[in-house]
Design a protein around this ligand. Structure first.
Ligand code: SF4
Ligand code: SF3
Length: 545
């Protein structure tokens, strides 16, 4: 195997024998094979669009299959086997339609005619023999840029899938995914690859906009809401991942069951949505970010639902309590599927009822969520006035993924050292490094504003654009610095979105992607002044003077 798609890749180079994430050689090969197969499907789908053949089932499936290869989503070889066979079956059906419509089907790329082995072992061997990364391009810089787009596409497909689940779709997003995956099978020069990667970011802004419309349109605009970090007596279910619809369905199915629902990880901001917070048994938040789950989840005395990334190997002590849904998979862990747009969470609920639940009350104080664009822009006048009167000196967006590396203490220390006349906006699971710090307020506005999940980067962008409009300047001219942390490929595509908007001077850490070569990094530095994080002291000095 050779996988370097995430920040914790072995030795900062690549995982070659077993993934630090727990991915084994078999699954790595199957992911490569699925990606290869999807490229074949995308070649045909892209050609189909040119002759008016568009198939929404193919569009949706393409996103699901690409999302499955995102870090910490699916570790179940059998599920990959099904996806690979379905990809090829869809490709052949679509090929016949495209041919009938007079479209191109005579592709030279091997992906377009790839034939999958019947058995899982056969597929694993095909995947291992592919040497996938090296098929992208022999030139390391071109390979690096192709990987950048490929990983960006994984994040984009994830957000497009989340949005589609809530009924929000735009064919332009699917068209780009097909076009880009198809393009990656051919020869491209450096400039066109840079353009393809930036386009990925641009299209992702639309995908995040769709998801924002899906979330806020269905569950209302988040409002400031204190979320208890302790617990109360009662049976309990913990929900992790990013999927609001799964949570909504579960809240409805548990409302009369005497079970309290707790969020974990990226589900924390869900407490701010009116149509979710209306349930009295939607109690509080348990634990911190994804990388602490093996330590925290054994302590949870109820059932646990994983809705999206980031799952780690469930320890035997709590494996029987874990249920996956959506694209998440772990071998031998119960999976809750979907039928007719709904899910039956009975097995999860029964497990929660069989477990002891919490028997005492623990008050660990609370954190405040709900500062997405609607709330923040609702007090825009106050914020603008505070900037003009110099009560607010600078804004910091400190957000992104969390992870296990010790270097991530940087983000905690940075937030601790940011002066009291500066506001801190945060989003995604990186916030758990500092989410419960009491940082006070400026003129009644809390200094630490939780904008939401990683996909709520859309909200943060809208806030920045609105502020730039109010000050009649560009986003780069605002007293705003973005200090981002990355781990998986949703963060890659958000970074591409920010770059596609022309945002400069982003500080990125805790380490730079292993798939970025020095030459590609130079392109990023020259065009976007992107910089690695250094120390909180030095970075704050450079920003604030
Ligand atoms: Fe390694 Fe990350 Fe790939 Fe897992 S996803 S195998 S940790 S690079
Ligand atoms: Fe976190 Fe996985 Fe990236 Fe949604 S939950 S941000 S790492």
């Amino acid at each position: 195997m050779y996988c370097n798609q995430c920040e914790q890749t072995a030795k900062g180079i690549a995982c070659t024998t077993i993934g630090v994430c727990g991915k084994n050689e078999e699954v790595a090969g199957l992911e490569d094979l699925l990606t290869h197969a999807i490229q074949g499907l995308c070649l045909v789908a892209d050609a189909g669009r040119k002759v008016g053949v568009v198939d929404n089932a193919v569009d949706r499936f393409t996103c699901e299959a690409i999302f499955s290869c995102l870090t910490n989503v699916d570790f179940d070889p059998a599920r990959f086997g099904v996806l690979i066979h379905k990809t090829v079956a869809l490709r052949e059906t679509l090929k016949a339609e495209v041919k009938a419509a007079g479209g191109k089907i005579d592709f030279t790329a091997a992906a377009a005619t790839f034939s999958p082995a019947d058995s899982l072992t056969g597929l694993e061997e095909q995947g291992a023999a592919l040497n996938f990364i090296n098929t992208l391009d022999a030139n390391p810089d071109l390979q690096s840029l192709k990987q950048t787009t490929m990983y960006g596409l994984r994040g984009l497909a994830a957000y497009a899938d989340h949005a589609a689940i809530l009924g929000q779709e735009d064919d332009a997003v699917y068209a780009y995914i097909h076009e880009a995956m198809a393009a990656l099978t051919g020869d491209m020069d450096l400039n066109s690859l840079v353009a393809l990667a930036l386009k990925c970011g641009e299209v992702n802004l639309r995908a995040m906009e769709l998801l924002d419309a899906g979330n806020t349109g269905t569950y209302g605009h988040p409002v400031p809401t204190p979320v208890p970090l302790g617990h109360i007596p009662g049976k309990c279910i913990l929900v992790t991942g990013h999927d609001l619809k799964d949570l909504a369905m579960l809240l409805e199915q548990t409302k009369d069951k005497g079970i309290n629902i707790y969020t974990h990880g990226e589900m924390l901001p869900c407490h701010g949505y009116p149509e979710l917070k209306k349930y009295s048994h939607f109690y509080g938040h348990f634990g911190t970010a994804w990388q602490n789950q093996q330590k925290e989840m054994p302590e949870f005395p109820g059932a646990i639902l994983f809705t999206t990334n980031c799952i780690q190997k469930p320890k035997d002590s709590y494996k029987a309590n874990v249920f996956t849904t959506g694209l998440v998979g772990w071998p031998d862990v119960a999976h809750i599927g979907e039928a007719n747009g709904t899910k039956d969470f009975t097995p999860l609920i029964n497990r929660a009822l069989a477990l002891p639940g919490f028997t005492d009350t623990v008050d660990n104080d609370s954190v405040l969520v709900g500062f997405a664009r609607n709330t923040v822009l609702g007090v825009a006048d106050k914020v603008i006035e505070a900037v003009k009167s110099k009560a607010i000196r600078h804004f910091f967006l400190v957000g992104g993924c969390d992870g296990a590396k010790p270097g991530r203490n940087y983000y905690t220390e940075l937030v601790e050292q940011i002066p009291a006349d500066c506001m801190i906006l945060t989003l995604a699971c990186g916030k758990f490094r500092f989410f419960d710090k009491k940082l006070g307020d400026i003129g009644g506005i809390p200094r630490l504003l939780d904008v939401g999940q990683c996909n709520d980067a859309y909200s943060a962008i809208q806030i920045a654009v609105a502020l730039a409009g109010a000050f009649e300047c560009g986003v780069n001219d605002l007293p705003l610095s973005m200090i981002l942390s990355w781990y998986e490929q949703k963060a890659v595509v958000i970074l591409l979105t920010l770059l596609s908007l022309g945002i400069k001077n982003i500080h990125l850490g805790p380490s730079l992607p292993a798939f970025i070569t020095p030459n590609v990094l130079n392109v990023l530095v020259e065009n976007f002044s992107i910089k690695p994080v250094t120390t909180p002291e030095a970075d704050l000095k450079a920003i604030l003077g």
